[in-house]
Structure formats: C-alpha cells, structure tokens
Design a protein around this ligand. Structure first.
Ligand SMILES: [Zn+2]
Length: 355
C-alpha cells in the first residue's frame, strides 16, 4: 500500500502534478478564465456571500460561500474530483484561500485572478439569474432559472435552452449572457415562450462556432419561426450528451379555457440524463391525467397562473400525481405561491424568481 502511494507521488511529480503536501492551483486572468471555465468537466463556483452573488455573477456559477461553515462539505456533496473547479470571489483574496483548501482536498482548481472586479473591468458578461445544481450519476447538471417559462440547462458543457424569451419582465440578452445553444426547446407558440430574436441570438453559426443548434418545437411554433424540427406529444428524440427527450401533453382542461392551450398542440418536455436524473418542464398546462404516467421524476417545473395554467390547488394535485423529488414552481406571474411548501410537506419545494 505504502509503496503504491510512493510510486504514485513520484509519478505525479514526474508529470508536474502537485501532491497533497504542496497542493497548487492556477491563477488565470479574465480572458484565460473565460476560455477555461465553461467547458465540459469544469464547474464554476462563486465563493462570495449570497448577497454579493445576487447582485451579479458569472454564467452558470453556483454560489457556495467560502466564509460559511460547511463550505467543503457542500463542495464534496455536489462535485466529485473529476470536476475541475473554476472559482472566484470579489478581489481574489477569499478565492485564493478557498483554492488552497480545495487543491489540498484533491481538486483541480483554476482561480480568477483579482476576481469579479477584474472580470467586470474587462467588460465580461454577468447576470443575476439563480442557478441550481443537481447530480446525475456523479456529473453535475446546472439549471439557470432565467424567468417565467425560460430556463437553461447546462450538462457536460452543452447548453439546452427552454422557451428563450428576450423581453417579458426582466430583459435577457441571450447574445452575451449565454453561450450558443446546442439545443433549443420550445413548448408552444405564445409570446412568453416563443421569441424569434432570442432564438436567433442563440443559434450557432456552423462556420464561426463550429457547432450546430438543434431546434425542437411544436408545429405552430415551427410555422411561425420558419425553422426547426417539429416534435409532438408522445415523440422521443436523442439529444447531444446522450440525453433522452420525451415530448408529453400540455393543455387546458377547465371548461371555457380549453382554447388557451388546446390538447395536442403544445408540449411538455422530460429529459433523462445518462446518469439517470430526470427533469420535467411542463410547459403551459393544467393538472392533466397524463401526468400520473410520469415516473421517477427528480425535478419538476410546474406552471401556476390562472386562467392560463394552474391554480395553487391544481399545482398541488399535479405535484402529487408526478411525485418529483424537487418541485420548482415557474410561470406563476402574480399568483401567490407561498403556500405551496405547506401543502406538500414531503416534497422539496424551491420557491425561486420564476414569475
Ligand atoms: Zn401559453
């Protein structure tokens, strides 16, 4: 055992990798950090306080406060050591301390030199969207909660955009705040779900970006947009990173409201990741019976605004049919959703800025 450890450390020093006793990390300036931080197998951690993070942060950065107890436990729970950690604070002081501790713990670390201040001074993009991270197998899945019906999922460095919309409440600059999309999914053709400008900003140009954007949408959205591939209720596609996508029904059932979202028109989407994580984005729907056929959902996004989607009671009913591990109410407009956690005591309900 001892010989093996010695051999390993000799091997590591041969290849220039530090052993525990002299753990190191790499300082990068904003341009270098921008190139390195957002690819596959790298997770971006903002080690400042929650209030500093809320004022603005980097794309898909997860907030874990270095100064709080349990920092290392939370890191270890969310990120295994195959994940390189790209970290920053305000000026570089806290992140240098965190980088040393993380390197000591066995992580590969890159640190943004002079922190958020140097990033913004260099004119690099920031945003205020909340980010949640879930694990699929041992790989992180990042969800950026943009607003209302719009969210982005990042997995293995691929970007999956759901119903990207530039306006509606806060303005989203998709051209600068997000990378080009690998996949764009549109649930239906209403203005708070389908926005040509946002989609145009996200579509990759094969010659410049060297990748291709897959656009999947319902038939009416395709007719309005003039591009993309139609996907209908009950159909399945395989997405990049071996994600299995199922389109499921999303429609109104309340008498007199069926015309808002007629049955068969719009889609909800279920994504199953290679490690087994399942995320359900419901689209505009009421608590339709087909929801009871959804199995093993880990994270469910359910809309809560009448007259177009559900009341709080309907959302509770839908959540009980689906039984996800985590419920994130979205598309709720002016609806008061504060009672939802009390109605669902056995479910983790995350109330986020998704009006
Ligand atoms: Zn709608």
């Amino acid at each position: 055992m001892k010989t093996k450890a010695c051999f390993l450390s000799v091997l590591m020093s041969l290849f220039g990798v530090s052993s525990c006793s002299s753990a190191t990390w790499t300082d990068l300036d904003p341009d270098e950090f921008a190139k390195e931080a957002f690819g596959a197998n790298t997770s971006v951690i903002d080690v400042r306080t929650a209030s500093e993070y809320a004022e603005g942060h980097l794309y898909r950065a997860v907030n874990i406060d270095w100064q709080k107890d349990g920092f290392m436990d939370e890191i270890k729970e969310k990120f295994n050591k195959a994940q390189r950690l790209a970290i920053y604070c305000r000026s570089g002081k806290r992140s240098a301390a965190a980088a040393a501790a993380l390197a000591e713990a066995g992580y590969q670390v890159i640190n943004l030199k002079e922190g958020y201040m140097s990033w913004t001074a260099a004119g690099k993009p920031v945003n205020t969207y909340q980010v949640e991270v879930f694990n699929s197998g041992d790989e992180p899945v990042f969800i950026t909660l943009i607003k209302h019906g719009s969210l982005e999922i990042s997995f293995q460095g691929c970007s999956f955009q759901f119903d990207p919309v530039s306006g509606y409440g806060k303005t989203t600059d998709y051209a600068t705040q997000f990378p080009k999309a690998d996949v764009i999914l549109v649930t239906h053709e209403h203005g708070d779900h389908l926005d040509k400008n946002a989609i145009n900003a996200l579509v990759a140009d094969l010659l410049i970006d060297r990748n291709h954007t897959m656009i999947l949408l319902n038939a009416k959205s395709q007719a309005q947009l003039g591009m993309g591939d139609i996907i209908s209720n009950g159909q399945r596609r395989i997405l990049p990173s071996h994600i299995v996508l199922d389109a499921v029904p999303a429609y109104n059932t309340t008498s007199g409201r069926e015309q808002f979202h007629p049955k068969g028109n719009g889609n909800g989407y279920v994504l199953e990741f290679p490690g087994g994580l399942k995320i359900y984005v419901a689209g505009d729907t009421e608590d339709v019976p087909e929801m009871s056929e959804l199995k093993d959902i880990d994270v469910a996004f359910l809309p809560v605004n009448q007259p177009y989607t559900m009341t709080v009671d309907q959302c509770v009913n839908a959540a009980k049919m689906i039984n996800p591990k985590v419920l994130i109410p979205y598309h709720f407009g002016q609806t008061d959703i504060s009672a939802l956690p009390d109605h669902l005591p056995d479910m983790k309900v995350l109330l986020r800025d998704m009006q």
